[in-house]
Design a protein around this ligand. Sequence first.
Ligand code: HEM
Length: 365
Amino acid sequence: MVNITEKMVKNTWRTGGVRDVYADFNELTMKIVASALFGADEGSENLAQVGPAITQAFQFFTRRATSMFIVPEWIPTFDNIQYNSAVTGLNKVVYRLIDERRSQLAGSSGSKKKDLLTRLLQATDDDGSGMDDQSLRDELMTLLVAGQETSAILLTWALLMFALHPHTQELVFQEVSEVLGGQPPRQSDVSKLKYLESFIWETLRLMPPAYVVGRCACRSTELGGYQVPEGTTMLVSPYLLHRDPAFWPRALEFDPSRWMPGGDAKEHMENDSFWPYGGGPRNCIGMGFAMMEVTLVLATITSRFRVSLPSGNSIPSPRAMITLRPENQVNLRLTPRRQPKQQTPGSSFNVKQYDSQDRREVSVL
Ligand code: HEM
């Protein structure tokens, strides 16, 4: 994760300037998730084919989700033809990857790759049988689709929050400098970056990428005084829940310190008024991956750049599609920071330096 982010920062963002961070994060999270799932290397032909095909399939579903009339997929409209060709392209790449890896693992030297594909290919049922190609393809595609865009959106809203609440950005910078001592972040640093974690929870509270979560009643029941017939789909909105003043004091205020020790937010994780990753036994399987990814990416970026909204630009707004994604481009200014001298990592960071004068409600979003 860090290597891929460092490459983006060194190659694409090197001199800073104004960038559409939403586009950059979509590319970045595609590379990260593809590398974790099937070891697709940056610049590889496989990755070059998967990225655009996923984007095309997503655009199709987005248009579908917001369209009044749904044309069955077998009718050869322009949209359907494009979608079917994207799926065919994706299948071709994923089946080829599975084939190649199967052969490598069967060969005498095995495969050095320790990604999810290798692990799934090595997994067996109690009767000794492994997964067939279609099940493998379905697993990989589910994780790729569920794990790429959501993380890109969260990273985008996080950078926008940095720009809108500069004092939180400086606090993250101080903590990151203190903990990392000028070195790139490592997995073991994640648990030490408490303020950054709080910042991410607060971004997820106000701007949850999965703004709505569905449940289907498997039998008729009564819920909150309403009769719910079997088969009914019900939608719960984390977006509304997280902004409800009945559950959240100062609900519209962006205040990461509410998640710090002594703050009042953590109890909401237990009382079901905080649902950015859903809830119950079918909650998000990728939560740990996403939190690690977003922490490492933000730590890498914060130590190198100050993020701001270019003067004269309006605040980018969200659009509730399948996910709560930015309506348009999210152009932010990245100003390179002077690199701090390498120092011994420490832990004297103190959130009491928090300056409340600069708090601002996010009702504009
Ligand atoms: C910021 C990033 C992410 C957010 C906000 C997010 C959010 C969610 C939400 C709200 C659900 C529905 C849970 C429910 O119905 O209770 C979900 C399901 C799921 N997510 Fe994520 N997710 C993220 C990242 C990821 C990643 C990185 C992966 C995998 C690499 C992933 C894989 C999945 C899968 C497979 C499911 C379906 C689980 C099931 O039905 O059992 N997600 N996610």
